[in-house]
Design a protein around this ligand. Structure first.
Ligand code: P6P
Length: 345
């Protein structure tokens, strides 16, 4: 009796990320393959980081380097490794002209005629690394604006989110998934890594955010620092009102990638509003808010800072912060209603 094959016969194999990217390229008239090649590089770097993340508890990678990054946060070895991995792979790949990373004060300008500029948070949620809670990588891809015969500059990166060509994230959770979109009608698609063969397979095709959800995700430890409208919204979403499906359930991981991923798949709302400690919000516009705003809008959701559409914010600096409210369109609109009422009061 032959042992069952470890893998389904070829005819049953799912679509790999590489095949999906190539299919998307085939539907883009005039595509040269540069963008496709960059997405391959990001997927490769994701696999390399995944392999380290999975070993973190064993390979004594949990220690602190004793240094701090531009955010003033303790840099854990995995943060550094992830940053170096994505930088090295993208630099070698020859498709990028500039990279902005949460881990670096200044942008990395890459010699050559790379056509794309990348903003990234190489390892989001690093404070959760040593307690084995999901962490992630976030990326956004812009088309270069500067003359390719000249060195790239910050203007190639400081573009509003509405000009993103693609965005995505990797969540290193109970399984590792890469989710990306090239915007518009191309949809949002999720790929799950089969670690036994190192391949991402299409597992969540054309993700759509439900019109409304049943969970809210916010750090209520900040309640005493919130403004009045946020406090009133938080009370409203917890009030008992069967007709509107309230109270919503509370879900908060403390890793943006994990809280946003759940909200993208299940609906509901994630909010990191401004507060007295972070009057501009805590999360970063260029490599946290914009990529997720791009993805949520591509999946039929919404993303605002409480009043303004995130993707319309004209960036002033690489590390600028913004309040972030993302989720189901109805749930984000409910949050906004409180903010607008307060403004009009
Ligand atoms: P708080 C992680 O440090 C992070 O940058 C995001 O991933 C997460 O959403 C947020 O901070 C959590 O912040 O203040 O609730 O711990």
């Amino acid at each position: 009796m032959q042992p069952p094959s470890l893998h389904p016969p070829p005819s049953k194999l799912g679509i790999t990320l590489d095949q999906h990217i190539r299919n998307q390229m085939a539907m883009s008239p005039g595509a040269t393959g540069h963008f496709t090649s960059l997405l391959y590089q990001i997927a490769l770097a994701a696999k390399l980081v995944d392999s380290q993340v999975r070993k973190a508890g064993l390979a004594n990678v949990l220690g602190y380097t004793g240094e701090t990054n531009v955010q003033g946060e303790e840099v854990q070895k995995l943060d550094e490794m992830a940053n170096e991995t994505f930088l090295t792979v993208m630099r070698r790949g020859g498709r990028v002209c500039a990279i902005a990373s949460e881990e670096l004060e200044s942008a990395v300008i890459v010699e050559g005629n790379g056509r794309y500029a990348v903003t990234m948070d190489p390892l989001d949620g690093s404070s959760n690394i040593d307690v084995n809670i999901s962490i992630g990588t976030i990326f956004g891809i812009y088309r270069r604006k500067s003359d390719p015969t000249e060195p790239a500059n910050d203007a190639d990166l400081l573009q509003p989110g509405r000009d993103l060509r693609a965005a995505g994230y990797i969540i290193y959770g109970s399984s590792t998934m890469l989710v990306y979109s090239t915007g518009g009608k191309s949809g949002v698609h999720g790929f799950t890594l089969d670690p036994t063969i190192g391949e991402f397979f299409l597992s969540h095709e054309n993700i759509r955010v439900p019109a409304h959800g049943s969970t809210y995700s916010v750090n209520e430890g900040n309640t005493s620092r919130w403004n009045e409208s946020t406090r009133r919204w938080a009370e409203w979403v917890k009030a008992d009102d069967k007709e509107s499906g309230r109270p919503y359930g509370a879900r908060y991981v403390g890793t943006l990638v994990a809280d946003a991923h759940r909200t993208l798949l299940k609906g509901g709302i994630f909010a990191y509003p401004a507060d007295r400690k972070s009057p501009q919000g805590k999360l970063r516009l260029m490599y946290e808010a914009n990529p997720f705003a791009f993805l949520f809008e591509a999946a039929g959701g919404r993303a605002c800072d409480g009043r303004r559409r995130i993707l319309d914010i004209e960036p002033q600096s690489l590390h600028q912060r913004t309040p972030l409210v993302i989720g189901s369109p109805d749930d984000v609109s409910d949050f906004e209603r409180f903010a607008v009422e307060e403004a009009g009061a």
